[in-house]
Design a protein around this ligand. Sequence first.
Ligand code: SF4
Length: 231
Amino acid sequence: MELGGTVISSLEYPGKVSLVIFTGGCNLRCPYCHNPEMISGGEGVPREEIESEIRKQKDFIDAVVITGGEPLLQCAEVKQLLEFSKGLGLLTKLDTNGGFPGRLSKVLKLVDYVALDVKAPFDDYKRIIGSDIGAKVKKSMEECANSPTYLECRTTYVPGLLNQEDMEKIAKSLDCDLYTLQQFRNRTVLDRKLHKTPNPSRDELFKMAENLKPIFSNLKIKTAEFGEEMV
Ligand code: SF4
């Protein structure tokens, strides 16, 4: 499979130590992508090698997190990795941009936790990321909401691309367990025009989240300076 790398982390699965598997390749070209080198693919690695790594780390981790790029581009291999991880008794988390609801439904029963990007109001994806996949993302959210899998939706707040009105529209349309506002970071993003966009401060993000709280109550923010904070 196309692999970007693996790392042990205590941040990617809330409250758990996880082996994070970065799959290479993505169907989108978000202007604020902070992993642009992952978009075109990764290193070709046999799936069995990744399974060996999971087995090797099994006693030191609680969970396996599969992230990207977009993992569901390699749905068959991802499904096998999830089955393998569940077979070892590990928790599983999948990060996805929501562009493949049919593939998501095929793996969902193997996933304990989904983190789904909601990058824009569902009817306004084209303006924000240049790709009109909002209806598919909405369908992915609904697939998860109708399953026992824990669902976190998350939006990277990029000043100039999204405004308070957009964020309220997103919050009103959510059907999930948790909503996270992530801080835009202008270093190394795909679109060079965004390199001059100021990073929103922690206080700006917190205030925005507070304004959304009457609409969606279970909210957190994530910033480089302070990590994750419930609002
Ligand atoms: S931000 Fe995520 S979904 Fe968007 S291009 Fe980058 S890896 Fe793909």
